[in-house]
Design a protein around this ligand. Structure first.
Ligand SMILES: [Zn+2]
Length: 175
């Protein structure tokens, strides 16, 4: 299986995360024989866990599978540029390569912001490849946020209606 296929699998998994109300991000870890050790989704909402990012969960799972915390023969394929926490964890886990799809200009910390992996080269050098299936990954995220905005708009309308009904009842009672 080629890198692009691993990214495709991660993108499929990200789409499933969106259906669960999670920001659609998924991370896949494969070893040098092409064996998949982890393919995890963001679980922040479901687990009420602010650190349950797809990359953190993938690193934990892959290390357990490998029975070794050093993932130096493993590569990660993640659908969005990792944040500072995940970028630091990727260095700590000694991953060989990082492939990411969409760039995150707000919270990204690999190509953007603190560029943690680049600055951590003295600890461990992770090779970084960016923009793989970027437009597809971006679309999944944009569609998700668009749907959330629409949902919020409907809820606002519903709440206004509810409030209006209650005020009507109160004004009727006070008559
Ligand atoms: Zn993260």
């Amino acid at each position: 299986m080629h890198g692009i296929d691993f990214m495709k699998l991660a993108l499929q998994n990200a789409r499933l995360a969106a259906q669960q109300g999670e920001v659609p991000v998924a991370a896949l870890i494969a070893n040098s024989s092409g064996e998949i050790l982890a393919n995890t989704q963001n679980r922040i909402e479901r687990d009420n866990n602010p650190i349950a990012h797809a990359e953190m969960l993938a690193i934990e799972k892959a290390a357990r599978q490998k029975k070794n915390w050093r993932l130096n023969d493993c590569d990660m394929f993640v659908t969005l540029e990792p944040c500072a926490m995940c970028a630091a964890a990727i260095v700590q886990a000694r991953l060989r390569r990082l492939y990411f799809a969409a760039f995150d200009t707000k919270a990204g910390a690999v190509a953007n912001g603190p560029a943690i992996i680049h600055n951590a080269k003295n600890i461990h050098a992770v090779e970084v490849y960016s923009g793989i299936k970027e437009s597809e990954a971006q679309k999944i995220l944009l569609d998700f946020f668009k749907a959330v905005r629409n949902k919020n708009r409907y809820e606002k309308v519903a709440l206004t209606k509810l409030h209006k009904n209650r005020t009507d009842i109160i004004s009727r009672q006070s008559k």
